[in-house]
Design a binder for this molecule. Structure first.
Ligand code: MOS
Length: 743
């Protein structure tokens, strides 16, 4: 059960902090919500994708069998203009052109009147391959001639001097594996050709304006000629941040050629095979501490496996590097980060965006250092955790909302972590060989920068609009999407609170590029703090004008009076530059306006014979600044933590020869309710940043702490300090064989 703050008492906070029923909930629960595959569209054809069977090869597609069949078939030669998806770098082809770089890559497209006819047509296509040498993992990439997709570095103080002066230097390397997003609904998009070569797409997506940008660039058309709408979307987790650009491009090209609407919906197998996953990582730490366990120098190398194309790797790496030293003060820090290309499906955005990978390493390294010093895991964290006024490796001075110590204290108060950890350490050394499950407890401390990294938010200057409707109603116009997390509900709460109107008086417009301004993508835990912060100002300003126009009247009457007298009223506000700066060359300055903070305590049991670990209890302390909707907020913490536990010990993605072997959830094992621990969520409120009432965001931080706390609990239980996750029995046996073991 979540431990939630008391319901608000004062009139000033009667909407924010309350728990209105989410407007989108009933339709999702009763099955009437229309996901992209449910949309009934007259004359719709169905698309299908011919996919590469080889990790790297020259290829040719023989389409002659389809000549005269009426089926539409497209290859790279049919892509107009530059055959590229417009994203950060210019290397992601719409359709592979003569050379493929990963298994599952799209080589050709077909569209036919039915899904069965489309897949039958795929079977008529003949592909010939001439294999080329492939680098299918980081080892091969390091040994070979792999392309570097991105690099960045942070320097603070003098690391070599710090390490020389240290009482102890501890060195270790940590690895994390691929993770599949496992959204409930696979990817899908419908393209509808309009008059005058205009086109509309509707689909399962996080970022309508990313898709819009990619399509305008592909078609070389005016922005108004492309309209992008979000269908009800069954989960995203970052997986629908970048990839929908490609599916939308495919659907649009097929629809243009077919002269009718075309739907492309992936099945689970092809979604898992072809779309993005979390970047595997390898992170090396060299940590110098003084005799009391204070950090004096950290030297960190971050290596990420980018997969075939750049897509979002540069920004994933940037966030990975900026979080790599963990939430700990240290005078001398050097961090080097690189992303190498491999011939595997492109790795992309996934909840946490690189930070879970590097914080897994940082947290396990803290435990390792603590053991060297004979400290417990809480003591070393208390000694080094950031305090307000501390300086991060980029030179950012942390403000009063830096709540690492409060998170630790709350975690200790709720769980009695220290005593329990010490008792279980002692018990392990006395353990009989009786085959009974061993209990263990682990702690993690994490931070997560909210919103875009560096100057991202300042550069975008996102607009958010609020429009006055009749009867004192407000319409919120923002591009933020609901991908399950409750965006519609929290944006309505924020607007209602700011305007002083009831929750029911606010309607959030659907994310449709024809209706809403580009308030930025639904990523980076930015919706509540960044979009919500702008919305708070816009709604407050609109209400002020209405009330000033007719003092003393109820809001609804005052609003109607305004509309009668002045006509339409729409207030647009933009992200307010807070005057801080970040140098993207030197990585100096304010990397994030504010951070969320969290401490997780995980209790696990491990079978000493099979080394199968179970998560039994989790206490999840999370400082979100201000809780907008206690139930939805706790839902984010629980869901993100469960996803982190899955990544930590269950989700063993088997990528062989560049191909993900699993194509369903019967073989790729995400946690079910049976695997979920009893979770206690504790939401702390240390307000900061530009968000409504100091809300700092909660989307990603729950993904950061779960895996290292679980790995620590396993170590406490059976004495095996796995440096690699998922900590499956195989990984734990290997770690024990390698002697990474004190039990
Ligand atoms: Mo994200 S991983 O910022 O959608």
């Amino acid at each position: 059960m979540a431990d939630l703050p008391d319901p608000p008492q004062s009139a000033a906070t009667r909407v924010v902090g309350a728990r209105p029923v989410r407007p989108d909930g009933a339709a999702k629960a009763d099955g009437s919500a229309a996901y992209v595959d449910d949309l009934a569209i007259e004359g719709l054809w169905h698309g299908a994708t011919l996919r590469s069977e080889r990790p790297r090869a020259r290829f040719a597609v023989d389409t002659s069998a389809l000549a005269g069949s009426g089926v539409v078939c497209l290859t790279a030669a049919d892509v107009p203009g530059r055959n590229r998806i417009a994203l950060i770098a210019d290397d992601w082809p719409v359709l592979a052109d003569g050379e493929t770089n990963h298994v599952g890559e799209a080589l050709a497209l077909v569209a036919a009147p039915s899904r069965a006819a489309a897949f039958a047509a795929l079977g008529e296509l003949r592909v010939t391959y001439e294999d080329l040498p492939a680098e299918v993992d980081l080892d091969a990439a390091l040994a070979g001639s792999a392309r570097e997709l991105a690099a960045c570095a942070v320097d603070h103080g003098d690391v070599e001097a710090g390490l020389s002066a240290a009482a102890h230097v501890v060195e270790a390397t940590y690895e994390t594996a691929h993770q599949e997003h496992a959204y409930i609904e696979p990817q899908g998009m419908i393209a509808l050709p309009g008059p005058d070569s205009a086109v509309e797409v509707v689909g399962s997506l996080q970022c309508p304006y990313y898709v819009h940008h990619a399509l305008v660039s592909l078609l070389g058309c005016e922005p108004d000629a492309v309209r992008v709408r979000q269908a009800v979307t069954g989960g995203g987790f970052g997986g629908k941040e970048d990839y929908p650009d490609l599916i939308a491009a495919h659907a649009v090209l097929l629809a243009a050629r077919a002269g009718r609407p075309v739907k492309l919906v992936y099945d689970r197998r092809e979604d898992m095979l072809a779309t993005t996953r979390r970047h595997p990582s390898r992170v090396r730490h060299r940590t110098g501490v003084d005799a009391e366990g204070k950090l004096v120098a950290v030297d960190i190398d971050v290596l990420l496996d980018g997969g075939a194309y750049t897509t979002l790797s540069p920004v994933v790496l940037s966030r990975a590097v900026l979080h790599a030293a963990g939430p700990y003060a240290c005078p001398n820090v050097r961090i080097r980060g690189r992303v190498l290309a491999t011939h595997t499906a492109t790795n992309g955005a996934f909840r946490g965006f690189g930070a879970p990978q590097t914080q897994f390493a940082a947290e396990r390294q803290m435990d390792r250092v603590a053991r060297v010093l004979g400290l417990d895991p809480l003591a070393i964290r208390e000694r080094n955790a950031y305090r307000p006024g501390d300086v991060t490796p980029t030179g950012q001075v942390l403000d009063e909302s830096a709540s690492a110590l409060q998170c630790l204290a709350e975690a200790e108060r709720r769980t009695g972590f220290r005593a329990r950890w010490q008792a279980l350490e002692a018990e392990r050394s006395r353990a009989l060989d009786d085959g009974r499950p061993r209990a263990g407890i682990g702690l993690s401390l994490c931070w997560h920068g909210v919103g875009f990294t560096g100057n991202g938010e300042r550069r975008m200057e996102s607009p958010v609009a609020v429009r006055l409707e009749r009867g004192g109603r407000l319409a919120v116009l923002a591009a933020s999407t609901d991908i399950g997390q409750g965006t519609e509900t929290v944006l309505a709460q924020i607007a209602a609170e700011a305007a002083g109107v009831p929750f029911e008086a606010v309607e959030v417009a659907p994310p449709d590029t024809a209706l809403v301004p580009d308030s930025g993508p639904t990523v980076a835990s930015r919706t509540v703090m960044v979009v919500g912060g702008i919305l708070e100002r816009a709604a407050g300003e609109l209400a002020r004008r209405v009330r000033e126009g007719a003092p003393g009247l109820p809001f609804a009457a005052a609003g109607d009076a305004w509309l009668a007298e002045h006509g339409p009223l729409e207030v647009v506000e933009r992200y307010a530059d807070d005057g801080t700066e970040f140098d993207e060359e030197t990585y100096r300055g304010v990397a994030y306006a504010v951070h969320g903070w969290g401490a997780d305590v995980v209790e696990a049991s491990v079978d000493p014979d099979t080394l199968i670990a179970r998560t039994e209890r989790a206490t999840l302390v999370c400082d979100v600044g201000k809780v907008i909707h206690p139930l939805l907020c706790a839902g984010q913490v629980e869901g993100g933590s469960l996803q982190a536990f899955g990544w930590g010990h269950l989700e063993a993605a088997r990528v062989t020869g560049g191909r993900l072997e699993q194509g369903s959830f019967s073989t790729y094992t995400i946690p079910t309710t049976l695997d979920a621990p009893a979770m206690e969520t504790v939401l702390l409120e240390h307000p900061g940043g530009s968000g409504p009432r100091g809300a700092k965001g909660v989307g990603e931080i729950p993904m950061d702490g779960g895996a290292p706390a679980l790995a620590a609990a396993i170590e406490n239980a059976v004495g095996i300090a796995a440096t690699r996750i998922p900590a499956t029995p195989e990984v734990l046996f290997e770690a024990r064989e390698a002697g990474d073991d004190d039990g």
